[in-house]
Write a protein that binds this ligand. Structure first.
Ligand code: ZN
Length: 458
């Protein structure tokens, strides 16, 4: 039994959170707490399904609550010719409201529930013609259907949505488009519910960039993408198709992370073993492998394997630097309380564009002018904590640091300093110079460190 706690994810601190979805049950969603300005909440609905909201508008992605019915006592996987209908009890339990439903493609594990949900909630379905025709089979009126083909960038009242041309996972050992299983092609007009599983053909594939509440969320529903369509997008949150089908694709995760500018938060989607509460050891091992792939390409990213129906709240994106009328970012002085200089001769940090320069810091105890006791080891730790505070106030993180200079009063302290220093830079440590000096401005200081950082867009 998992506690139904809301995870609040500040964007600035890198850590691993989120247990694999093993053994969880399809409990009803908890009452949603109110969101603060700039927060968005993502709730995993299983498979590639998501509820995304800023507290005002609810956008669903590929809702497929029906997947959980298969794992009940009388659950079976429907054959292609079988009638395949939405499990309305499961949907009613987990989807209280929807304003929009975006569909990546027409397969039953993406499009099965959308028509029923639209009829029940009035939500507008956005997707390819196939998604529209599958919904029309449930009497969804054309006024609730927005058909897209990829390339659109639509403004809505409370969000905007860029529609990204995409391609499907390379199923069947890359013979997917040979269509031996009848799952490619388009769904025609004129279908009437109840439909058979084989009616849910792909109908082309889309990804989306949802901009909401200051966040940019990349939405994928397959384990494939067109690199040039992803290149230059800068989502802070990426819902990445992550099951083992990605291994059919050359450097799937690395190319994607680089094209997207290494998103701060990477959430594995479509990797929950289709609702199986007891996923195989191989599936669990593959989740760890995906994490490793992300971190190899993007060490500062946070990777989350979501838990069904457990909300993930992502905090507000820090304000971007003010741009001058020349378009260049104005330098911003950053002086966090507690470690601000006594004299206005320098700033603790300067941020200009995506660059952050942190002044030489020593091991002063925040809020005092006293160097912390405990020698070079304690001083190095406090110095780096003060740097972390300075970077955080400038919208950067330790993982953004590109270079440091370490000033020691005595090179005999090198090993002690290094022992602490490496705790703060475990992966890809910054470039560094270490020098011994004859004096530091604070007589009690045995170490001073200055650094520079380059933030990624957040
Ligand atoms: Zn599919």
């Amino acid at each position: 039994m998992h506690p139904r706690l809301t995870m609040v994810l500040p964007l600035l601190f890198a850590c691993m959170i989120g247990a694999p979805a093993a053994g969880q049950s399809s409990k009803p969603a908890p009452a949603a707490a109110a969101l603060k300005g700039g927060e968005i909440r993502l709730t995993y609905l299983g498979n590639a399904g998501w509820e995304i909201t800023d507290g005002r508008t609810v956008v669903l992605v590929d809702p497929f609550l029906t997947q959980f019915a298969r794992w009940g006592p009388s659950g079976v996987e429907p054959a292609p010719g079988d009638i395949y209908s939405p499990d309305t009890a499961l949907i009613n339990r987990h989807v209280p409201r929807a304003d929009y439903i975006v569909i990546t493609h027409g397969h039953s594990d993406h499009a099965l529930d959308a028509g029923y949900i639209s009829r029940r909630t009035g939500a507008v379905i956005i997707g390819h013609e196939t998604a529209a025709n599958l919904a029309r089979a449930y009497d969804v009126p054309d006024s609730s259907l927005i058909t897209v083909i990829g390339g659109e960038d639509y403004e809505f009242a409370n969000f905007s949505l860029r529609v990204i041309p995409n391609i499907h996972s390379a199923l069947d050992q890359k013979h997917y488009y040979n269509n031996t299983r009848g799952i490619t092609g388009n769904a025609p007009r004129g279908l009437r519910a109840p439909l058979r599983r084989k009616d849910y053909v792909e109908g082309g594939n889309l990804a989306y960039l949802l901009r909401m509440g200051g966040h940019e969320v990349l939405i994928m529903g397959s384990m494939n993408y067109i690199e040039r369509e992803m290149e230059g997008l800068r989502p802070d949150i990426a819902l990445v198709g992550a099951n083992s089908q990605r291994l059919e694709i050359h450097d799937y995760t690395g190319r994607l992370m680089r094209a997207l500018g290494k998103p701060v938060l990477v959430i594995a989607s479509h990797a929950d073993a289709y609702g199986n509460p007891n996923p195989s050891p191989a599936a669990l091992a593959d989740r760890r492998r995906f994490e490793q792939e992300v971190l190899a390409a993007s060490p500062a990213s946070r990777v989350v394997h979501p838990t069904w129906f457990e909300p993930i709240v992502v905090s507000a994106v820090p304000p971007k630097p003010v741009a001058s009328n020349t378009g260049a970012a104005e330098p911003q002085a950053v002086n966090p309380p507690g470690i601000s200089p006594l004299v206005p001769a320098y700033s603790v940090a300067i941020r200009t564009g995506d660059q952050v320069f942190v002044s030489g810091m020593t091991g002063i105890k925040p809020g005092t002018q006293d160097i912390i006791e405990g020698g070079v080891t304690a001083q190095t730790r406090q110095t780096l904590e003060n740097i972390r505070t300075s970077l955080g106030a400038a919208g950067a993180a330790m993982s953004d640091v590109t270079e440091c200079t370490v000033f020691l009063m005595d090179m005999a302290d090198y090993a002690a300093m290094n022992g602490v220093y490496t705790e703060f830079f475990k992966v890809n440590p910054p470039a560094r110079a270490t020098v011994a000096v004859s004096a530091l401005p604070r007589p009690a200081a045995r170490v001073e460190i200055k650094c520079s950082a380059q933030t990624r867009r957040r």
